[in-house]
Design a protein around this ligand. Structure first.
Ligand SMILES: NC(=O)c1ccc[n+]([C@@H]2O[C@H](COP(=O)([O-])OP(=O)(O)OC[C@H]3O[C@@H](n4cnc5c(N)ncnc54)[C@H](OP(=O)(O)O)[C@@H]3O)[C@@H](O)[C@H]2O)c1
Length: 332
């Protein structure tokens, strides 16, 4: 049986037995590399995929003498996920910007989507100009703008990763907040995410490959007075993404939902949320969250809560009765 091979550091212990190149969309080549050798006293076979400017992790290993059909070198399947072109919504700031940087660093062309053109242009320039990044200005609360992004996903065959990250919160009682801000939140956090996930699901399922990464929140794990609509939108994102994960897994498409906790971005200021009483250990950087999110997507994890404090919090809150969940949510 093939299984993930962790910690294979010394590649010179591996003797290549098969090398082959195959063209990637966009004109460059990927090299699939299969080798056999010894790792910590065990004979293994391994395979890894090299793309320009990016070494992707080895796909699997097998123990010597394993002759099951799936373990034959000739039958190796490329199960790792590499991306040619990604759409990242909400790339002008915070987690989306960090995701775009990390993707560009790994050689993925990034389509940067948000409302603030000046920020997107500056980021695209920094990432390497039009070779590396494209700017698409869109207000994702606007249904026509969402359709433009959906059309791009539908028509550009190079897009093999769609990141639904754009989102915002509004702090305050439902009875006091503006109806427009509440409905815009649903439009961006839920409606747009659903439409773009659907557009990606349709084309990726047909191709038998691709990935969707949806950014949710730990707030989605409990009904949360003061951020009632925001928490409800994120419950939707987590539930929807998990169901999509099950639908698309057998079709070769990765779907991952990442539910961050407190992350140092512009989110709290924009939500008019006073986070000054949140202890330091509860915070993560946008870079940390982006790193965890993309690794989880490559591994096709269903749901990931980044950071130990957030994992413990979600693990403790999930089994509680709703009344207690609400009491806990009120303390934040
Ligand atoms: N930071 C946290 O503590 C935290 C925790 C859990 C989950 N999250 C989630 O993480 C995601 C990213 O947030 P962040 O923390 O990185 O916050 P952020 O720094 O405020 O970034 C939000 C991004 O969303 C974009 N956006 C907002 N409304 C938009 C609209 N109508 N149309 C297009 N783009 C829009 C913004 O771009 P423009 O303003 O330029 O349009 C910006 O790029 C959100 O889904 C959020 O719910 C954040």
């Amino acid at each position: 049986m093939w299984r993930p091979l962790k910690g294979l550091a010394a590649t010179d212990e591996i003797t290549p037995v098969i090398d082959r190149t195959h063209p990637l969309e966009g004109g460059s080549d990927a090299i699939s590399h299969v080798g056999e050798g010894h790792n910590r006293g065990t004979t293994v076979s391994t395979m890894w995929v090299v793309r320009p400017r990016c070494l992707h992790h080895e796909v699997g290993s097998r123990l010597a003498g394993d002759t099951s059909p799936g373990s034959q070198a000739a039958g190796l399947r490329e199960t790792t996920m590499t991306w040619n072109k990604a759409i990242v919504t909400g790339a002008s700031s915070g987690i989306g910007e960090a995701l775009a940087r990390r993707l560009a660093r790994d050689g993925t062309h990034v389509v940067l989507v948000a409302r603030t053109q000046s920020r997107l242009d500056a980021l695209a320039e920094e990432l390497g100009g039009s070779e590396q990044a494209t700017v698409l200005v869109a207000d994702l609360a606007d249904h026509d703008d969402v359709e433009k992004v959906a059309a791009l996903i539908d028509q550009d065959p190079h897009i093999d990763l769609v990141v639904n990250n754009a989102g915002f919160g509004v702090n305050g009682h439902v009875s006091e907040a503006s109806p427009q801000s509440q409905l815009s939140m649903i439009d961006v956090n839920v409606r747009c995410l659903t439409r773009l996930s659907q557009a990606a699901a349709a084309v990726m399922a047909e191709r038998g490959r691709g990935a969707i990464l949806n950014i949710s929140s730990v707030a989605g794990y409990a009904p949360s007075p003061e951020v009632a609509v925001y928490a409800a939108t994120k419950s939707y994102v987590t539930s929807f993404s998990q169901a999509l994960h099950s639908e698309l897994g057998p079709k070769g498409v990765h779907v991952t939902c990442v539910a961050p906790g407190f992350t140092r971005t512009e989110f709290q200021d924009r939500a008019d949320y006073d986070a000054s009483n949140i202890p330091d250990f509860m915070w993560q950087s946008a870079d940390e969250v982006a790193e965890i999110a993309l690794d989880a997507t490559a591994k096709n994890k269903g749901v990931v809560v980044p950071g130990l404090p957030n994992k413990l919090l979600v693990g403790a809150v999930k089994p509680l009765p709703s009344a207690l969940q609400r009491r806990i949510a009120e303390t934040f």
